[in-house]
Design a protein. Structure first.
Lengths: 215, 215
């Protein structure tokens, strides 16, 4: 029944497109006006769809907010998860951990993600579940995925790792904490050059490796 | 002229007391209702003073907010700065760095400081100068003070430190990042036991020491 499948596919395509347009409009509005300062009416108006269409895709403002935050964090993290498996058969653990660190810091420091991060922290009192979901899908998932690869490197005798999850968290925060915290407090005027970010990545990866290198 | 000095002292005492009461009332209100949700009228009412008295001490709401944030961060940090000099003549760098880490994590994880931290991050778009001041007086000052002591330990041959400021930042974030980020996103329901915090402190200090120990 190819005709019907095509029709279904096309329908879904249009629906997906609308959904994406709504998410983009909502992200812009939430970041500009905050959670309380944004209404579903405005989202519909900026997205150029009816309010009914917005509610067809998202049950309420909270659901829309949650969905856009988690969709963004999943999307921006992809390059990191794609790069990770290359660690498995590394023949230069120092160089490859540095490359991973450089990629990671570039993801974490993306302006839109930083803005969303600030917004989720600001709303953590009102939406602790969203905050926890952000943490799990962001730093939590990053550390978990990295942990299993660090464990493999330890099995190959390249690292000494007692607690892979802890080690992965140490790597993560050694690499990103300095610029990330500076920007969280300094607002969008606090910026780092790619060269500065690379230096944070390189020195963070090195400090990790010194600490976790097998003797 | 002891009489005049006494009178001056007593005057100052009353004034200081009022100032402290205003700061406490304002902190409660800002933390409960956010920056925009708090008015100088309410501050005066909760503090039990006239609005005129509030304005005698603080030029405006922004000045009051800034003052209470910075006063809190200075005050809670004191035990850390008092403990630091004991590092100078340490004869067990591992034990003393762990003790320092345990003290540090206990300060950083104080509920009131965590709430203020979240509020300052939330308002960093509106008040980037306050955010930067928080960063400088908080993590910035902590790292700077620690850096000079790490440099001394390096001169004594106990550590290998090329860049003291970077090393101090690595220590700081290795120790506090895991619980701090979990709580930033998880809201006040995310809590750690003293035992868990000690473990983050101990393992963070150990990872640092492994990385920075002189060969």
């Amino acid at each position: 029944m190819p005709a019907r499948v095509d029709a279904g596919g096309a329908d879904e395509g249009r629906s997906d497109r609308k959904r994406r347009v709504i998410l983009e409009a909502a992200t812009d509005l939430f970041l500009r006006n905050g959670y309380l300062g944004t209404s579903m009416d405005e989202v519909a108006s900026v997205a150029g769809v009816s309010k009914q269409t917005v509610y067809k895709h998202f049950s309420d403002k909270e659901g829309l907010f949650q969905e856009l935050v988690l969709a963004t964090i999943d999307q921006v993290g992809e390059p990191f998860y794609e790069a990770l498996p290359s660690l498995e058969d590394t023949d230069d653990v120092e160089e490859d951990l540095r490359a991973l660190a450089r990629g990671l810091i570039r993801i974490v420091m993306r302006p839109r993600l930083l803005q969303l991060r600030r917004l989720v922290i600001a709303e953590a009192g009102r939406f602790p579940e969203l905050g926890r979901a952000y943490y799990e899908r962001g730093p939590g998932r990053t550390a978990e995925a990295l942990a299993s690869h660090l464990e493999q490197l330890a099995r190959r005798g390249l690292l000494r790792v007692d607690d892979p999850s802890l080690a992965a968290n140490h790597f993560l925060w050694l690499v990103v904490s300095i610029p990330l915290n500076a920007v969280m407090f300094g607002g969008s005027e606090t910026q780092f050059t790619p060269r500065q970010l690379n230096r944070f990545a390189d020195t963070g990866a090195s400090a990790f490796l010194e600490g976790y290198r097998s003797a």
